[in-house]
Design a protein around this ligand. Structure first.
Ligand code: ZN
Length: 170
């Protein structure tokens, strides 16, 4: 397994739309393993392939307290169950140390393939539902700061650029 480099906002590559995985083969499984390692190492609860500059529809997640329930989503899609939305404070491995509340559907139905290429269906609510919507946005090139005002988003972008300069200078 190998740890991958996570792209950080406002990197334009995060805006790339991911393409469907045609076949779940060993190469895809390797990507899944590397993404899980990268996500756990960064103490994240979700990671989309877009964030590691691989533009295929692959997501990994684990919303359990002890990191014991890895979830693999290949070619995922969701449909909202009902119209109700709520706000939860969200963060993102591509936007370190920034959190904001964004509206998400309370309940969703997820359809995806697992690491063996088998289709599954899952009803999710709470944190898992939020996480699914956040990660699937990544595959479309959408970030949670896109739900904020452009004023706020620009402020976050500036903060991140400053942070990158500091890290590079160190
Ligand atoms: Zn994210």
């Amino acid at each position: 397994m190998a740890k991958l480099v996570i792209l950080e906002f406002p990197d334009e590559r995060l805006r790339t739309k991911a393409v469907e995985v045609e076949k779940v083969d060993d190469e895809v499984r390797q990507l899944v393993d590397d993404m899980l390692e990268t996500m756990y190492d960064a103490s994240g609860i979700g990671l989309a392939a877009t964030q590691v500059d691989v533009h295929r529809r692959v997501v990994v997640m684990d919303v359990s307290d002890d990191g014991s329930e890895p979830l693999v989503l290949i070619n995922p899609s969701y449909t909202p169950i009902g119209d109700d939305k709520d706000f939860l404070s969200e963060g993102c491995l591509s936007i370190p140390e920034y959190y904001a509340e964004v509206p998400r559907y309370l309940k969703v139905k997820l359809n995806a393939l697992d690491r063996n290429g088998d289709a599954y269906e899952l009803e999710a609510d709470g944190l898992l539902a939020h996480c699914i919507q956040h990660e699937l946005d990544h595959l479309e090139g959408v970030l949670f700061v896109d739900y904020l005002s452009s004023l706020k988003r620009n402020r976050v972008a500036k903060k991140m650029q400053k942070r990158h300069k500091q890290t590079q200078g160190a």
